[in-house]
Structure formats: structure tokens, C-alpha cells
Write a protein that binds this ligand. Structure first.
Ligand code: 13P
Length: 235
């Protein structure tokens, strides 16, 4: 399974380095064989050797250039980073990134062979309009993406579940995941308020190939425990 930690705008460079080291030590010690991804804050990216895939939370679809505040593929190459998160709901909704820009990023980083974690998810008002409207909304977030890209991972993260402590029922997670799997056979992660206490049940859901965790993975021991849970379940 795939266990991913999105550190968002948390941890300094030193704290991130120690986080990564703790996870590597855990993986070595336990011989756990799960795919582990960590997305540090941009300023904490650094060369990293080990089992973890270190990924960028965002990057501009260009090698370099006049894109103030952004980083491009040249800055990622410096650290041998070839994993990227695209379309996270915080970028869609807080930073206002439109599908067209996300599609541009997708193709730019696909052409470079990156492992891409592409996020989709509906806000509460859409969910409240019923299943049909919700699925249509999610469908539009797949538009323009090559859903058969070999290095694609999709993360379903309902916007209303992110950082709120709320999660859909296990039944709903399975149902939505199975429906989304009809659009792409890429591994499908669930994200949104995954915690130690809920990780096992969520990972065990039909259609769930892993989790993308924010606040619940900020403490490295919790993240390691989730990796262990995935290992014990090993589907
Ligand atoms: P939380 O786990 O804090 O809800 O965040 C989820 C998320 O956005 C992962 O990308």
C-alpha cells in the first residue's frame, strides 16, 4: 500500500530532516515494505537518500523563469526530486488554482517522468447536492489528465474532511473509491482527517490503496505507526 504524509506548511528544514531520518530508521528496523511518500514544505526540500519518496507539494510547469514565489523543475532536479503533488484542495481553493493550470502542471511533470499524486475532492456544498452532482464534480477534476499514466497516483480528499476531524463513513469511502476506480486504474489514496485511530479501518476499505495524511502524520511516530498498520493489513 501507499502511505503518504503531506507536511503542508509545517516543520523547519532541520525538523523535516530529522522526520525523514526517523522514518528511514523505522523502515530499516522493521523491514516494512510499503511505498512511503513524504511531501515537505518547499524550503525544507533537500537531497534525501533512502526508501522514502520525497515529493514537492507544488511546482510551476517550467524549468525556470520569471514566476515569482514558485519553484520549477530545475530546483527539484537539484535535489533529485521526481515526485509531485498536484491539485491539492488547498491549492485549488485557497490559492485559486484552476483545472487548466493543474492540467498544464500534470503534463509538464508527466513528460519528465515524475510520480504524480493528483488530488480530487468535493466541497461540502457539492456533496450536499447528492451523489449525482458530486460524481459529476469529481469527474470534471479528471478532465485533461492522462488517467492511464503509469506513474499516476490519485488521492481522493473530500474538502470538508481536510483538517476538520470529519470523515465520510467507511461505506461511503468504499463506494466513492470504487466509482472513481472506474475512471482510472491508478492507485487511489484516501485523504482527510486520517488519524491513528481511523487509519486501519480506512486502509481496509475496498477500493483504498493507501492514505494521504496531513495533521495526523505530523508527529513522526504516528506516521510510522500508520505505515505499520498498512504493512499488517497488506492487501
Ligand atoms: P488532514 O489529514 O490534516 O485532514 O489533511 C489531509 C490532507 O490534506 C492531506 O493532503
Amino acid at each position: 500500500m501507499i502511505v503518504a504524509s503531506n507536511l503542508k506548511t509545517n516543520l523547519t528544514r532541520a525538523q523535516t530532516s530529522s522526520y525523514l531520518m526517523d522514518v528511514e530508521n523505522f523502515l530499516d528496523k522493521t523491514n516494512v515494505k510499503q511505498e512511503v511518500l513524504v511531501f515537505p514544505a518547499q524550503s525544507s526540500l533537500a537531497v534525501h537518500a533512502g526508501q522514502i519518496y520525497q515529493g514537492a507539494q507544488n511546482a510551476y510547469p517550467a524549468k525556470n523563469g520569471a514566476f515569482t514565489g514558485e519553484i520549477g523543475s530545475e530546483q527539484l532536479e537539484e535535489f533529485s526530486i521526481n515526485t509531485i503533488l498536484i491539485g491539492h484542495s488547498e491549492r485549488r481553493h485557497i490559492l485559486g488554482e484552476a483545472q487548466t493550470l493543474l492540467v498544464e502542471k500534470f503534463h509538464y511533470y508527466k513528460n519528465l517522468g515524475f510520480k504524480i499524486v493528483f488530488c480530487v475532492g468535493e466541497p461540502l456544498e457539492i456533496r450536499e447536492e447528492g451523489e449525482g452532482v458530486m460524481m459529476k464534480y469529481l469527474e470534471l477534476q479528471y478532465e485533461g489528465i492522462d488517467t492511464s499514466y503509469e506513474n499516476l497516483i490519485i488521492a481522493y480528499e473530500p474538502v470538508w474532511a481536510i483538517g476538520t476531524g470529519l470523515t465520510p463513513t467507511l461505506e461511503d469511502i468504499s463506494k466513492i473509491h470504487l466509482a472513481l476506480k472506474e475512471k482510472s486504474s491508478a492507485p487511489l489514496l484516501y485523504g482527510g482527517s486520517v488519524k491513528i485511530d481511523t487509519a486501519k479501518d480506512i486502509l481496509a476499505c475496498e477500493g483504498v490503496d493507501g492514505v494521504l495524511v496531513g495533521s495526523g502524520a505530523l508527529a513522526v511516530e504516528n506516521f510510522c505507526q500508520m505505515i505499520r498498520i498498512a504493512q499488517d493489513l497488506e492487501k
